[in-house]
Ligand binder design. Structure first.
Ligand code: GDP
Ligand code: IMO
Ligand code: MG
Length: 428
């Protein structure tokens, strides 16, 4: 069976968790392929409400194998906390949750350095989640990382940690004028983490490849969003991993040729947390109303999300980069109250109309959105279960967005729960 990848089409928090949770009911394997516990995927299903950070949202299907892939950065503390949360809800993880031995470990100094970097950046701060994401992927690229699989051999782990910590302590003491981190204390902390992680460590790439060979259905779970991708996103206001569809094969350890479907998760309007350009941002009462109605506060940090109208220029870019074979348009219900709804179909930049998403943040900062205004529907869509149940104005809005994006919506979300979903076309 081929694999499907589910990707955030915008700046994260699109509603991937909800979409993955209900799609996971029909898949055999779910693999998280990027990011770390900077992600916060909300799932509301008959088992409860869950904020998932690391464990794939397929964990709620008792028959699905769940894998934290090699492209993920793993904080042992965050993992253990989440594991306890899931187990407390009566969900068994025995034999169906694994962490790649190739995944990198988020160490305490990564979190420390994330904070120090942000402070040092001053006005240029990225507005990170502060979880050590930038520094852990920096170390991965610098060949200074500690991997989950390193924990297996304790003697070799200690030796490697001693070397790595020497490098880190040089930085902490000489650049930041801080006390060095004590090796013995850190090693003890890591050994405690080892006890928790050991039963889950595996060569997960091999497991996923075998599942594919056996004809099993595999879903690759994205985190963050395309516009936060280290290459494709609004650099430098991005995260530090490859969040778009191209990163899924690498982060799961499978050949790209196995991924034949890509589902883009779009919000019916736009949000962003942290710094960086957001052309359709609304700094007025309408933006406030979106935040209030959508309860737009970060799942991981609780920060208020910046809100604005749907940006089809950014969306089109996302469709092209990821090769979306279909989309999920979620949170349509949040727009139920608005007398007029708008979609940005182009930008005005230096007096010219631009329809392509600029690669440089300086240009993007100067872009002014060109809007198409459409009548709102001002009635509840929360109980719609078929496309025809939607008010005509809502149907027209959805259809227009599809045209602007050049991508059909297979799924429409009209509420946070699993059943508040319109299945327009089969996704899998
Ligand atoms: P993710 O990071 O992409 O998984 O998204 P988050 O979980 O951070 O944020 C999405 C929020 O929207 C969560 O609070 C979800 O419960 C909620 N949500 C998802 N789909 C819908 C929808 O169709 N309507 C509404 N009102 N809320 C939704
Ligand atoms: P999910 O998976 C929204 C943002 C941060 C910041 C930038 C870099 O829930 O959609 P980082 O801590 O990764 O170095 O921060 O990326 N960011 C997210 N925004 N949703 C996320 O994940 C995010 N993960 C990181 O706010 O702007
Ligand atoms: Mg989120």
């Amino acid at each position: 069976m081929p694999a499907i990848v589910v990707v955030g089409a915008n700046w994260g928090d699109e509603g991937k968790g909800k979409v993955i949770d209900f799609l996971a009911e029909e898949v055999d394997v779910v693999v998280r392929y990027c990011g770390g516990h900077n992600a916060g995927h909300t799932v509301k299903n008959p088992l409860g409400t869950f904020a998932m950070h690391l464990i794939p949202c397929g964990i709620f299907n008792p028959n699905a194998l769940n894998i934290i892939g090699n492209g993920v950065a793993v904080s042992p503390e965050a993992f253990v906390k989440e594991l306890r949360m899931v187990q407390a809800a009566g969900i068994s993880t025995d034999g169906r949750l694994f962490i790649s031995d190739r995944a990198h470990l988020i160490m305490p100094y990564h979190k420390l350095l994330d904070g120090l970097n942000e402070k040092g950046f001053g006005d240029n701060a990225i507005g990170t989640t502060g979880q050590g994401i930038g520094p852990v992927y920096t170390d991965k690229a610098a060949r200074l990382g500690m991997r989950v699989g390193d924990l297996v051999d304790t003697a070799a782990f200690a030796e490697r940690l001693r070397f790595v910590l020497e490098q880190k302590n040089r930085l902490l003491t000489r650049v930041y004028d801080l006390e060095p981190i004590d090796f013995a204390t850190l090693l003890a902390q890591c050994m405690e983490a080892r006890d928790h992680l050991l039963p889950f460590i595996a060569d997960t790439g091999a497991m996923v490849r075998q599942s594919l060979a056996q004809g099993k259905r595999v879903m690759l779970e994205g985190a963050q969003g395309t516009l936060l991708d280290i290459d494709e996103g609004t650099y430098p206001y991005v995260t530090s991993s490859s969040t778009s569809a191209g990163g899924a094969a690498i982060g799961a350890g499978i050949p790209p040729t196995h991924i034949t479907k890509a589902l883009g998760v779009f919000k019916a309007y736009t949000t962003r947390v942290g710094a960086g350009p957001l052309p359709t941002e609304l700094l007025d009462a309408t933006g406030e109303q979106m935040r209030d109605r959508g309860q737009e506060f970060g799942t991981t940090t609780g920060r208020p999300r910046r809100c604005g109208w749907f940006d089809a220029v950014a969306g089109r870019f996302s469709v092209e980069v990821n090769g979306f074979t279909g989309g999920a348009l979620v949170r349509l219900d949040v727009l139920d109250a608005f007398p007029v709804v708008k979609g940005c179909s182009g930008y005005r930049l230096n007096g010219k109309v631009v329809e392509d998403f600029p690669s440089h943040v300086g240009d993007l900062d100067r872009c002014e959105p060109i809007y198409e205004e459409m009548p709102g529907w001002q009635s509840s869509t929360e109980n719609a279960r078929h496309f025809d149940d939607l008010p005509p104005a809502a149907q027209a809005y959805v259809r227009r967005l599809e045209e602007l994006l050049g991508c059909p919506f297979d799924v429409i979300g009209v509420g946070a729960t699993r059943e508040q979903t319109i299945h327009v076309r089969p996704v899998l």
